[in-house]
Write a protein of this length. Structure first.
Length: 233
């Protein structure tokens, strides 16, 4: 931690939970996520400084665990909604013995549940950041894509097996201060809304995101989560 950003004496340190969200079937991949479960009263400037200091693609600050109220920050900005932070936080609250049926980021209420060994959320895709969604000819074209320039939200994808709904994807949210995301639930929400069918998205090095059309125009996004460590910050 950079002491110029934030310093707390040891007896005042807050616990940081580090997760990997959307791990693959073999346990590989997964997008790192930082979560603070007791951040009531923390101003936005403090949350943003911590998120920049940690450098995760997103960090979650839960202000009311019982009601699932939270804020999500990238290293560069606060987001009204993001997929892997909500999936990860829903899993962590349940893992801590404090499960909630609804998470409450600034965008609105997002249902969360567990099914088929995965943690799920159901959200309105319009609440997610917009992406420039480019379909490429083949998975190899996705693998060799050079990435995005500054200030873009780019998702490139191709069918691995269209009949089975298997997709290869990479996401470059450079406008959020992220060069490339290992697994992006918000982009999966947008792709699910575009294709309107069940999908299994293979993103990054080894991550897996499952997508299904939900009720009333929502999209369900699910994946596996693992706790990497809990440490004082």
């Amino acid at each position: 931690m950079s002491t110029s950003v934030m310093w707390l004496p040891p007896d005042m340190a807050e616990n940081l939970h580090v997760l990997r969200v959307f791990t693959g079937p073999d346990g590989g991949g997964g997008n790192p996520l930082g979560v603070f479960l007791d951040s009531a009263g923390w101003p936005a400037v403090r949350r943003q400084a911590i998120a920049a200091d940690l450098g995760f693609s997103e960090t979650v600050f839960v202000s009311d665990p019982a009601h699932g109220t939270l804020h999500i920050h990238t290293p560069a900005m606060e987001l009204p909604l993001a997929g892997h932070p909500l999936v990860g936080t829903g899993w962590l609250l349940a893992h801590q013995g404090k499960p909630v049926p609804v998470l409450r980021p600034p965008a609105g209420e997002v249902a969360t549940w567990v099914s088929e060994d995965r943690r799920w959320i159901g959200a309105r895709p319009g609440w997610a950041p917009e992406f420039d969604m480019r379909q490429l000819a083949s998975p190899s074209d996705v693998d060799t894509h050079p990435g995005a320039g500054p200030a873009e939200h780019l998702q490139v994808w191709a069918w691995q097996n269209q009949r089975l709904g298997r997709v290869r994807a990479r996401v470059f949210p450079t406008a959020m201060g992220i060069t490339e995301d290992e697994a992006t639930g918000a982009a999966a929400l947008r792709l699910g809304a575009l294709l309107q069918r069940p999908l299994i998205i293979h993103q990054g090095k080894a991550s897996e995101i499952v997508v299904r059309p939900g009720a009333d125009g929502t999209i369900d996004v699910g994946g596996r989560v693992e706790l990497t460590e809990t440490r004082p910050y």
